[in-house]
Design a protein around this ligand. Structure first.
Ligand SMILES: [Zn+2]
Length: 283
């Protein structure tokens, strides 16, 4: 033995060695000591230059269940985030009561839906929608129709000025406090993005109508997302609007559904807070 050891007789016959040898004691006999290298922090995804602790801090403030889902599968999560980052930013830009668009924001690729009235059901003439959202709407409407469901477009793009008149009308009818629960002030409406669509009756009963039920089950397949779900007024700022969908793109719709409990607001809040960091962290 080259180090301290204790010998003991057990039951008078069995020798038991209780070794006190440790690496330090071994090294004390002339070996050159080099401190064990710190383990390299592991990247959680080869496409991003950050580690698990960075992702954990990005998830601060997220509801526990959402943060937990993401932490269980960080690689899958970031693979889907990559696809979203490759899409135009304005598909997933956060627009709400705290994050208004400028009055000058106006999409440049609006499509006049009247030209597509053979394929779409429109509540009135004059609806316009951005190109990508229109293509997805055409595909979604055709699929719904194949199942006997008619999706009627009741509202689409609204300019800042038009939203001024919509909001003023609600204030006149309900007073400002209630108007703010059901209508966006100018600049705070997703309709100004040109990617939001109101379907059907624009009424609470839409939730239980065939078109409302079909959209809730299928819209995500086409990149559309329910913006103001039931029970989330505290989070979104608006009462349940079963008729209001926003086109966020298919990649974001998958991300929302698989990692953000299907809640658009949390997905958009996450991207709003961390998009720049995610972009500069790409390898
Ligand atoms: Zn709407």
């Amino acid at each position: 033995m080259v180090c301290n050891a204790r010998w003991a007789l057990v039951l008078g016959a069995i020798l038991v060695t209780v070794s006190g040898c440790s690496a330090e004691q071994e090294a004390g006999h002339g070996a050159v000591r080099t401190p064990a290298p710190e383990p390299e922090p592991q990247l959680i995804h080869p496409a991003f230059d950050f580690v698990e602790a960075d992702l954990a801090s990005m998830l601060d403030g997220m509801p526990q269940d959402i943060a937990g889902t993401i932490r269980e599968d960080p690689h899958g999560f970031l693979s889907q985030v990559l696809l979203v980052l490759d899409e135009p930013d304005d598909l997933t830009i956060l627009v709400d009561k705290d994050h208004p668009l400028s009055d000058g924001y106006r999409p440049t690729d609006l499509v006049d839906l009247d030209a597509l009235s053979d394929e779409l059901v429109l509540s009135r003439p004059g609806h316009r929608l951005r190109r990508g959202a229109t293509d997805a709407l055409l595909e979604m409407s055709a699929s719904a129709l194949g199942e006997g469901i008619t999706l009627m477009v009741s509202s689409a793009y609204r300019s800042y000025e038009y939203q001024q008149t919509v909001y003023a009308r609600w204030v006149e009818e309900l007073g400002a406090a209630m108007a703010d629960r059901v209508s966006a002030r100018p600049g705070m409406s997703q309709h100004q993005l040109g990617t939001a669509v109101d379907f059907g009756c624009i009424c609470r009963a839409f939730a239980d109508q065939p078109a409302g039920r079909w959209l809730r089950a299928n819209a995500h397949r086409y990149g559309y997302s329910l913006s103001y779900p039931e029970g989330y007024e505290e989070v979104t700022g608006y009462l349940y609007e079963p008729w209001h969908y926003r086109y966020i793109g298919r990649a974001a719709a998958v991300l929302e559904r698989e990692y953000f409990s299907g809640l658009q607001h949390y997905l958009l809040t996450f991207l709003h807070a961390h998009r720049s960091f995610l972009i500069v962290s790409r390898r």
